[in-house]
Design a protein around this ligand. Structure first.
Ligand SMILES: NC(=O)c1ccc[n+]([C@@H]2O[C@H](COP(=O)([O-])OP(=O)(O)OC[C@H]3O[C@@H](n4cnc5c(N)ncnc54)[C@H](O)[C@@H]3O)[C@@H](O)[C@H]2O)c1
Length: 322
């Protein structure tokens, strides 16, 4: 079977118009101007599509306010995105990115449907946060064309995308997707082995495990823990790479430290009991108004907007240290 190289990809389908799908569509519409992409976003829920439409309008206004694009370019980009409730709108897609909820059964169902519906050369990508790409590909007749594209939230702003190679994903599919993502200004990384959580979420989970353990052991309180992460490690990371940090510390010093520290680190295989107790008490985080911090008096939307603007500025600054 002839495989698709990056120059062929013009029609891009996205399944799921929730948090991730619309922003992935915006990315290809805005940064793909010279590639003439057309993007179809499909969702089973018309309500979700309505919400997606308003969200895309808001995001385009935000992008316009950066002054990086002319209003005529943005208007053309906006018109590249079509919202659809009919899955048959995907029939001509060269690439489809699935962004439905993180439930394996649902992803299997969607991939099976897409496999039947699309040309046998269409690449099928999953935006899963950590499910097995290999497993998802088993329900299709094209495992060589199935791949993971794990975007960070929000995809339009966050540069990192983990490109996850399933056991049978072909090298050509990997190359096509890596090139495509580079062409739209992303920083794709190749995850060569399809392991749970891929790479980014494993690193995040390692940090979460240790901070929750330190709280559980009453070593430090939440406020001081936040200060430790933000003004220690957190301040270094935008400017120094991890292995650069190791090089500056000295590999011999690091070896000495890790030799006594590794055995002392938390190795539990379950989240701590206090997390379950917080959940049972209704403290779910931002969505319930309280988690480790209190959000009941915060304007969450305004705060998100401010954080996105700050992330954009930080990103501009970080690029000097690449
Ligand atoms: N939200 C994040 O921060 C984030 C970050 C990285 C990766 N992801 C991953 O991206 C994927 C999507 O996450 P999300 O947060 O956008 O989910 P979401 O729940 O916000 O949106 C999912 C959308 O899929 C639609 N949907 C459900 N079943 C469908 C079907 N059979 N056909 C078409 N549409 C269907 C829903 O109506 C909904 O609009 C998940 O795999 C998630 O793990 C999410």
């Amino acid at each position: 079977m002839k495989e698709v190289d990056v120059s062929i990809i013009k029609e891009i389908g996205i399944v799921g118009a929730g948090v991730m799908g619309p922003s992935i569509a915006e990315l290809f519409a805005i940064f793909g101007a010279s590639y003439d992409f057309s993007i179809v976003v499909y969702d089973i829920s018309p309500t979700q599509l309505e919400k997606a439409k308003s969200r895309i309008d808001i995001d385009f206004t935000k992008v316009s306010s950066t002054g990086l694009f002319s209003s005529s370019d943005l208007e053309i980009a906006r018109n590249r995105i079509q919202l659809e409730t009919d899955i048959n709108s995907f029939a001509d897609s060269h690439l489809i990115i699935e962004a439905v909820p993180e439930k394996l059964d649902l992803k299997l169902k969607v991939f099976k449907e897409l496999d039947k519906l699309t040309s046998p050369t269409t690449i099928l990508a999953t935006n899963s946060s950590g499910l097995s790409v290999t497993k998802i590909a088993t329900v299709t007749n094209r495992p060589t064309l199935c791949i993971g594209t794990h975007f960070m939230n929000p995809p339009l702003l966050m540069p990192l995308v983990e490109v996850v190679k399933g056991h049978q994903t072909s090298d050509q599919t990997v190359q096509t997707i890596m090139e495509l993502l580079s062409n739209v200004n992303k920083r794709p990384v190749l995850v060569k082995k399809d392991i749970p959580g891929y790479v980014h979420n494993r690193l995040q989970a390692a940090l979460f495990r240790e901070v929750m353990h330190l709280l559980d052991e009453d070593v430090i309180n939440v406020s001081d823990l936040e200060t430790t992460v933000r003004y220690g490690l957190g301040l270094r990371l935008p400017i120094m790479k991890v292995f650069e940090m190791v090089d500056f510390m000295g590999l011999d010093t690091i070896q000495n430290v890790l030799t006594y520290l590794y055995p002392a680190l938390n190795r539990s295989i379950l989240p701590p009991d206090f997390l379950r107790e917080m959940i049972e008490a209704g403290n779910l985080g931002v969505k319930s108004g309280k988690g480790f911090h209190d959000y009941s008096r915060q304007d969450i939307l305004a705060s998100m907007k401010q954080k996105e603007a700050a992330t954009f500025q930080l990103l501009m600054m970080m690029q000097q240290y690449d």
